[in-house]
Design a protein around this ligand. Structure first.
Ligand SMILES: Nc1ncnc2c1ncn2[C@@H]1O[C@H](COP(=O)(O)OP(=O)(O)O)[C@@H](O)[C@H]1O
Ligand SMILES: CC(C)(COP(=O)(O)O)[C@@H](O)C(=O)NCCC(=O)O
Ligand SMILES: [K+]
Length: 279
């Protein structure tokens, strides 16, 4: 069995993948600040023979995790951002500094689409672009929904993330503090993604497919009017392309690959952008 780990700043996600059939056997998550050994929601390591890791949390979290797992598991592959991989050139001045979750999203997104814009809605919301030539352009980082709310320090930090069914109404003016904050933050995130994406497509003179992932992706997806595809396993898929282990992975079949959608029309996007820029 393969254990894949995606250690984000908020949550450490794990999944168990069958090495022969490529089926996902189990999934879970725990708070990144918690110790790996505590709590009930950890995978059964007895059945794990290889581990692949994406980590953007503190280095000591990774070291602790690897030390603990090494005693039990033979092979551990830790992903790193590099200047080049699989025909993609990292656009960062110092490529190693690009968050590895972003790099993995770019690798899997490119494999799926041959050039795209990737958005990861987690603790931070990140956007990256990779062109059909394989050139990664770099991207943008803004605070995620939860961080934006917490930064207001209005005693709203206990407010739960909007339940999904409310997302469609989440752009109306709030008539109480909770709604004003939730709707404002939601609007800020959606507007930023819209604008950055359209600016990117405009400047590159091409409509890139838009892929989104991360804990808040289902919510953001409901507010985004642009054609896009959600890919919950996009970071895991980056681990699959970087360290292919199963027969399917070796053939380029990645877990949970969405259908590639047709991006918005570039002319229409330019009209929308011109309107935004006038204001
Ligand atoms: N049940 C949940 N528990 C924690 N965070 C959640 C939950 N549902 C949605 N979220 C949102 O998802 C974010 C974490 O998403 P994730 O992509 O795992 O982040 P990261 O990779 O930064 O740890 C939180 O900041 C929060 O806004
Ligand atoms: C931007 C991030 C904090 C996002 O992390 P996440 O929200 O997924 O926990 C992470 O990708 C990171 O630490 N990046 C390093 C800095 C950079 O990418 O420029
Ligand atoms: K993120």
């Amino acid at each position: 069995m393969i254990l894949d780990l995606d250690i984000g700043n908020t949550l450490s996600k794990w999944r168990l993948k069958d090495r022969d059939t490529s089926s996902i056997r189990a999934r879970g998550a725990m708070w990144t600040r918690d110790e790996w050994r505590s709590g009930a929601d950890i995978p059964d390591l007895e059945i794990v023979d290889v581990i692949r890791i994406s980590n953007v949390a503190r280095q000591d979290v990774l070291e602790d995790t690897v030390r603990l797992l090494k005693r039990r598991v033979g092979a551990i592959h830790v992903a790193h951002s590099t200047p080049e991989a699989l025909g993609i050139r990292n656009g960062y001045e110092t490529p190693e500094r690009l968050g590895v979750d972003r790099w993995l999203g770019v690798l899997s997104g490119y494999q799926l689409t041959g050039g795209c814009c990737t958005v990861d809605c987690g603790s931070a919301i990140t956007m990256d672009a990779v062109l059909p030539s394989g050139q990664h352009l770099g991207g943008y980082i803004i605070p995620g929904l939860r961080l934006m709310k917490e930064s207001l320090k209005l005693g709203t930090r206990k407010i739960v993330i909007d339940p999904e069914e409310e997302a469609l109404h989440a752009l109306s003016p709030g008539t109480n503090t909770v709604d004003a904050v939730n709707h404002g933050v939601f609007m800020a995130a959606i507007s930023a993604i819209n604008r950055l994406y359209m600016e990117l497509c405009d400047s590159q003179n091409m409509a890139l497919p838009l892929l989104i992932t991360g804990g808040d992706a289902p919510l953001i997806s409901k507010g985004l009017r642009l054609p896009h595809a959600c890919w919950p396993d996009m970071v895991y898929a980056g681990l699959e392309v970087l360290f292919p282990l199963t027969p399917d992975e070796k053939r380029g079949l990645l877990a949970g690959m969405p259908e590639v959608m047709v991006p918005a029309d570039l002319t229409e996007m330019r009209k929308a952008l011109a309107f935004t820029q006038m204001l």
